[in-house]
Design a protein around this ligand. Structure first.
Ligand code: 9MR
Length: 368
């Protein structure tokens, strides 16, 4: 893409030129909100270098882990909002659009949630009561502060069927409807989202479309779908992304890119997606860039980001938000998934807290 090369050089000049830095939130202001997922060292202010980036560059934040069930509701009858409160305070203080991630998921949900006091599987009514208590307590606490919630996360399988999570096994298919109804009741003004990965693959996409349609028919005001955006260099294609955004926006909902990052490290398996249960042994050939990314690879990465953001900008009327899953490469979950202890380069800021050429690439295509 010739245009990008010129723009990217322009972007690099902008970012390295004395004082004249374009920020992501300025560059994207006519297109969509732009954000990042934060970890505890960031929203508590401990990592001051990252905080400087967050305040300057982003206008929306997501909590990487602190609002998940295991964090806020570790034991029956016991809630712990210590970290979550700090996250929300950070967002309020900096006037950011604050995302809640997430209410109902098969992961990072303690085993006790699905068991009675004797360790036997819970029945439908008891689990529904537990779900209601959780959603009312968490959403209720941040009513009017958290602007949008990932109500159900990752409920669909690759083939489009519903995941056989404990939620589905015990409650049945309508656990989804119930979760959205509880969230809506707990904060009627909050936006309610469905969030998942690999929705660019047609069978899964069709499953999610059916799910959203069903919720809509049942009266749930689904505000948006979150395409997580855990992407690889060659998957999904920009055409797939383009078609996916079109398909969901036809449902009359917004599309958000909620967990964007780019995995360019060698894949230990042909499996795509973001199935957190995957874990492979570390081998040197799977971790080739421990001393930095070669220029040629860095350029390909920047081009990939430029290509993707070109698609996002074309769909700016449908896209409400683009959020990266982390601030700098050092934070990324991809350093530890699906192989622990690798050196990953998935984001716009490097381990030195400096913008990379991916940053210039994004600024180059959104800022026109
Ligand atoms: O980034 C999160 C990582 O720190 C956790 O260990 C992991 C455990 O489940 O969850 C990661 O975030 C996930 C997100 O909540 C949902 N979509 C996939 C993300 C990456 O695994």
């Amino acid at each position: 893409m010739k245009i990008f090369n010129t723009l990217a050089m322009f972007g690099i000049l902008l970012t390295t030129g004395a004082g004249a830095q374009t920020t992501l939130k300025d560059a994207c202001k006519n297109d969509f909100l732009i954000g990042a997922a934060l970890n505890e060292s960031e929203f508590t202010g401990q990592n001051s270098n990252a905080v400087a980036i967050i305040k300057t560059q982003f206008n929306t934040i997501s909590p990487e882990n602190v609002l998940k069930w295991e964090s806020v509701h570790p034991r029956s009858g016991e809630f712990d909002f210590t970290a979550a409160d700090r996250y929300v305070e950070f967002g309020e203080k900096n006037k950011m659009f604050i995302i809640g991630h997430n209410l109902i998921w098969h992961n990072q949900t303690p085993r006790w949630v699905f068991q009675d006091d004797q360790g036997n599987p819970l029945g439908r009514d008891a689990l529904l009561a537990r779900m209601r208590e959780h959603i009312f307590t968490v959403v209720g606490r941040y009513k009017g502060k958290i602007n949008g919630w990932d109500v159900v996360n990752e409920a669909v399988n690759e083939d489009g069927t519903l995941r056989e999570s404990q939620w589905k096994k015990i409650i049945g298919e309508d656990y989804l409807l119930k979760a959205y109804q509880f969230a809506q009741e707990a904060d009627p003004a909050a936006e309610l989202y469905y969030n998942d990965f690999s929705l660019e693959n047609l069978p899964k996409q069709n499953g999610a479309i059916a799910l959203v349609k069903k919720l809509q028919a049942q009266g749930v005001p689904v505000a948006a779908v979150g395409l997580q955006g855990h992407y690889k260099m060659d998957w999904p294609t920009t055409n797939q992304v383009d078609e996916t955004i079109t398909a969901f926006s036809k449902l009359g909902i917004k599309v958000m890119i909620t967990e964007l990052d780019m995995d360019l490290l060698p894949a230990p398996t042909r499996n795509q997606g973001a199935e957190v249960a995957m874990n492979f042994a570390l081998q040197a050939k799977l971790n080739p860039y421990t001393n930095g990314l070669p220029d040629a690879v860095q350029q390909k990465l920047a081009q990939r980001y430029a290509d993707l953001f070109s698609v996002f900008v074309q769909h700016r009327d449908s896209i409400s938000r683009v959020t990266f899953w982390g601030v700098t490469d050092a934070d990324s979950w991809l350093n530890n998934w699906p192989v622990k202890g690798r050196t990953a380069y998935p984001l716009l800021f490097g381990r030195d807290y400096k913008p990379k050429s991916t940053f210039a690439a994004v600024i180059g295509v959104v800022h026109q």
